[in-house]
Design a protein around this ligand. Structure first.
Ligand code: ATP
Ligand code: MG
Length: 149
């Protein structure tokens, strides 16, 4: 069902990406097991991450959504070639209203709630979220959700 949800978002995300000449692509493993829980919340979670990836990636960059199964977890990775996040900001990233560097964020707009919502949704699925980022190179947000038999 992850496939369906990501496919549903495709039109909208492609349009967003196109405005910035960003290449958006997905790489979804075959036969991913279903995730149980609220479908709209799940969609909101991926959308918030993808919106950030597009927003914080300069023109001609790339945004990718990957999903695969490892042991008893499903992983969803949202990856970009964007501006990156300074290491010292990563621990506070998921706090409400927290935004890295007011000056750079003001230009692109937003409230700083997106990732706080993502975190709540991930936890509601008993999952976990991690961030890897390299300043000036890009970021990846890795969501890990347990598979329910
Ligand atoms: P909102 O999502 O409410 O419109 P926002 O995007 O600023 O506003 P969050 O989504 O919570 O807020 O993200 C918090 C901050 O983390 C952002 O302001 C931005 O500085 C940083 N950030 C989030 N995602 C990325 C990313 N993919 N690349 C670089 N920085 C990011
Ligand atoms: Mg956001």
């Amino acid at each position: 069902i992850i496939k369906e949800i990501i496919r549903e978002m495709n039109m909208m995300v492609q349009a967003l990406a196109k405005q910035k000449s960003i290449t958006y692509s997905t790489e979804l493993e075959a036969n991913l097991p279903p995730i149980y829980g609220n479908r709209d919340l799940f969609k909101q979670m991926i959308l918030n991450l993808v919106e950030n990836a597009i927003k914080y990636t300069p023109k001609n960059g790339q945004v990718k959504v990957l999903s695969y199964k490892r042991y008893d977890h499903i992983f969803i990775v949202v990856k970009d070639t964007g501006i990156g996040i300074p290491k010292e900001h990563i621990p506070r990233l998921f706090e409400r209203f927290y935004r890295v560097d007011k000056a750079r964020s003001r230009k692109v707009g937003g409230t700083g709630l997106g990732l706080a919502i993502v975190k709540h949704i991930v936890f509601s699925f008993d999952g976990d979220i991690k961030v890897n980022s390299k300043l000036g190179k890009g970021s990846e947000f890795i969501v890990k959700i347990p598979i329910i038999e």
